[in-house]
Design a protein around this ligand. Structure first.
Ligand SMILES: CC(C)(COP(=O)(O)OP(=O)(O)OC[C@H]1O[C@@H](n2cnc3c(N)ncnc32)[C@H](O)[C@@H]1OP(=O)(O)O)[C@@H](O)C(=O)NCCC(=O)NCCS
Length: 180
């Protein structure tokens, strides 16, 4: 388990999956904003990689996020698009609606950085998010991520094209925390 100051990241468990399916993936508008692929209904027994407890895919590391103090499930986080040649990866996270607005996300990003830079030895981490996702942008920038560019009208989201922001953080720029 990886520990931050407010959250811990642990392995995804079978009993987490129905929570994520119900609270995150069945939210059409929310899922459309948070993932690149179009929203589709997800069956409970589907082989959908978002729900599968597959820890063998080398390009993707799924975590569940829990409150450090209580152990209560508050969301999911992952490294995706892992490239072991260029030593880079993308960060992703999604919190349960009841856990949003409480300042968890900055610590989730910090713990993902610890995993990416310290545990895995990556050179570069990237966050791809909609230009109007202000909490995500803030959580990224508080961890030192730099806005590297805007992909204009690159995301089709619920009937309109929106801009995406690419943020990057290099290992030499990262200021590791005292936790983890
Ligand atoms: C994105 C997400 C993880 C952020 O978590 P959150 O709980 O909503 O945000 P937090 O409460 O942790 O706030 C993060 C920071 O953004 C700030 N913030 C929140 N709303 C803001 C707004 N509208 N404008 C500017 N800053 C804002 C907070 O004050 C906080 O900064 P601070 O710590 O300096 O005070 C969460 O909203 C979520 O799961 N959204 C759906 C999935 C998603 O969008 N995932 C990201 C895909 S790339």
């Amino acid at each position: 388990m990886l520990k931050g100051t407010k959250v811990a990241l642990r392995a995804r468990r079978a009993d987490d999956v129905p929570v994520f399916r119900t609270e995150l993936y069945e939210d059409v508008a929310g899922t459309s904003r948070a993932q690149a692929a179009p929203w589709r209904p997800v069956s409970p027994d589907a082989k959908d990689p978002r729900l599968a407890l597959d820890d063998t895919d080398p390009s993707h590391v799924p975590f569940s996020v829990v409150d450090l103090a209580t152990g209560g499930l508050i969301g999911l986080a992952n490294l995706w698009g892992i490239d072991t040649h260029h030593r880079s990866a993308h960060l992703g996270l999604g919190l349960r609606p009841s856990a949003r607005g409480k300042g968890y996300s900055t610590d989730v990003v910090a713990v993902l950085c610890h995993y990416g830079f310290t545990v895995r030895g990556f050179q570069r981490l990237q966050i791809d998010t909609l230009a109007d996702n202000h909490p995500m942008l803030r959580a990224a920038e508080r961890n030192g991520f730099v806005r590297e560019g805007v992909l204009r009208s690159s995301a089709w989201v619920m009937g309109e094209f929106l801009d995406e922001v690419i943020l990057g953080l290099l290992a030499g720029e990262w200021e590791r925390g005292t936790e983890n």
